[in-house]
Design a protein around this ligand. Structure first.
Ligand code: R7I
Ligand code: MG
Ligand code: MG
Length: 349
C-alpha cells in the first residue's frame, strides 16, 4: 500500500539526514567499489558502535535552519532564515561547509546588513555560486508549501540567500520540485515523473538570466533540461555502468552535476539492481547506489534520500540506520511539525 502523507514527510527528512550522515564516509572519493559501500552499510547493524555515531554535515545543519525558520515564521522570511544560517555556522563552523559559502555566512551574521541577498551576489566575481548548497537543503520547502508555485518561488528565494547564480538556485528548485512530486506519489509513474520535471525546468531555463549564465559558463542553452533528458535516456538503457552515470550526469559539488544525478539514483533504484543485496528495499538501494558513484556522496545521497524517503515513507528506513545517524530524531520532529503546518488551511493559499 502507498504510504500515508505523514509517513512520506518523515521519510523525506529522515532520508535526507541519513544520506548526509551515511554518505559522508565517501565524500570526495574518486573510486568507491560497491564492496566498500556494502561493508559500510552492514557496519550500521553493529549495535556496539553507539547511537548517532555518524555525524551530519552542513547539508543537514542548513536543512534544519530552513525547516526551523519556516515553522517559526509560518511563512518564508528571508531575514529570519539568513539569521539562522549565520548563527548555525557560528555555533558549528566545522560541519564541512563549501569554501566559498563561509564568506556569505560570515557576512550574514552582521546586524547592520540591509539586504540579506547581497552577500551571495558578491560571490565568485559577482555571478554567485553554482554549488549545490542551495539544493542540498531544499526539501523542507516541499513540505511547507502545498502549491507548486510556492514551492518553486520559495525554494528559489531560500537558495538565493547563499547561491545567486541561476545554476545554483535552479538546482534547488529542481530538488524541491522532485520532493514535491514524490510526496504526491508521482514516482509510481517514473516516465511521467521525469517528463514533468523536464517541462518545469524548460519554463525556468527560458529565463533571460538563466540563458546568460549558461552562456557565460559555456554550457548548453537549457543545462538542466539537457541533463534530465540524459537521465531519461539512462533509464531506458539496460545495464548502465557507474562510469557512464558519472560521465553523463556528473557527481560533483556543482548543482548541475549533482541534482539530476540524485534524481537518477532514485529512478534507477525503483527496481532491484544487480550487485545490491536482495533484502534491500528501495530507499536502501537508493542510498547505496548514491554512495557508489563517489564524488559529492553526502550531498547526492542527501538529495536522493529526501526524494526516495518521500516516495517510500518512514517505514522503509531500517531502524539500525536511523540509530546510527546523528540528528534523526530532530529531523523526524521537524517532519511532524511541518506536516501539521501543511494541514493548516490558512497556510494553503
Ligand atoms: O554550494 P556550497 O554550499 O557547497 C556545498 C557542498 C556540499 O557538497 C556540502 O556537503 C559541502 O561539502 O559543500 O558552497 P559554495 O562554496 O558556494 O560552492 C561549493 C564550491 O563550488 C566552491 O567552493 C567552488 O569550488 C565551487 N563553485 C564555483 N567555482 C567557480 N565559480 C561554486 N560556484 C562557483 C563559481 O561560480
Ligand atoms: Mg556536507
Ligand atoms: Mg557534499
Amino acid at each position: 500500500a502507498a504510504p500515508v502523507m505523514l509517513s512520506r514527510f518523515r521519510g523525506a527528512l529522515v532520508g535526507s539526514v541519513l544520506g548526509d550522515c551515511i554518505g559522508g564516509e565517501f565524500e570526495g572519493a574518486v573510486d568507491v567499489p560497491l564492496d566498500r559501500v556494502l561493508q559500510h552499510l552492514s557496519a550500521l547493524e553493529d549495535e556496539t558502535r553507539g547511537d548517532g555515531i555518524l555525524q551530519y554535515s552542513d547539508d543537514t545543519a542548513m536543512m534544519r535552519c530552513v525547516a526551523d525558520s519556516l515553522l517559526t515564521r509560518m511563512a518564508f522570511d528571508e531575514r529570519d532564515m539568513a539569521r539562522r544560517f549565520a548563527k548555525e555556522y557560528n555555533l558549528a563552523p566545522d560541519r564541512g561547509y563549501g569554501s566559498g559559502v563561509i564568506q556569505v555566512l560570515r557576512k550574514l551574521a552582521s546586524p547592520h546588513l540591509k539586504d540579506v541577498f547581497q552577500p551571495a551576489q558578491a560571490q565568485f566575481g559577482g555571478r554567485g555560486s553554482f554549488g549545490n548548497g542551495g539544493a542540498m537543503r531544499a526539501a523542507p520547502f516541499a513540505l511547507a508549501f502545498r502549491s507548486r508555485n510556492d514551492v518553486r518561488k520559495y525554494a528559489r528565494h531560500g537558495a538565493m540567500l547563499t547561491h545567486s547564480c541561476s545554476l545554483g538556485y535552479n538546482g534547488a528548485m529542481l530538488q524541491a520540485l522532485a520532493v514535491h512530486l514524490s510526496l504526491q506519489g508521482a514516482l509510481a509513474l517514473p516516465k511521467e515523473f521525469i517528463n514533468k520535471l523536464i517541462s518545469e525546468m524548460e519554463e525556468m531555463e527560458k529565463d533571460e538570466t538563466a540563458q546568460l549564465d549558461a552562456k557565460a559558463l559555456n554550457l548548453s542553452d537549457f543545462p538542466y533540461c539537457s541533463r534530465l533528458h540524459r537521465v531519461k535516456e539512462l533509464m531506458d538503457r539496460n545495464g548502465v555502468s557507474i562510469e557512464e552515470v558519472i560521465s553523463e550526469l556528473g557527481n560533483g559539488i556543482a548543482a548541475l552535476q549533482s541534482v539530476p544525478t540524485a534524481i537518477f539514483c532514485v529512478l534507477h533504484c525503483l527496481e532491484p539492481r544487480d550487485g545490491l543485496p536482495e533484502q534491500f528495499g528501495g530507499l536502501e538501494r537508493t542510498i547505496a547506489y548514491s554512495l557508489a558513484l563517489g564524488g559529492d556522496t553526502d550531498t547526492i545521497a542527501c538529495m536522493a534520500g529526501a526524494i526516495a524517503g518521500a516516495h517510500y515513507g518512514i517505514d522503509s528506513i531500517p531502524q539500525s540506520w536511523q540509530m546510527s545517524c546523528e540528528g534523526v530524531a530532530e529531523a523526524d520532529d521537524l517532519a511532524h511539525r511541518l506536516y501539521d503546518l501543511y494541514c493548516l488551511p490558512q497556510f494553503e493559499e
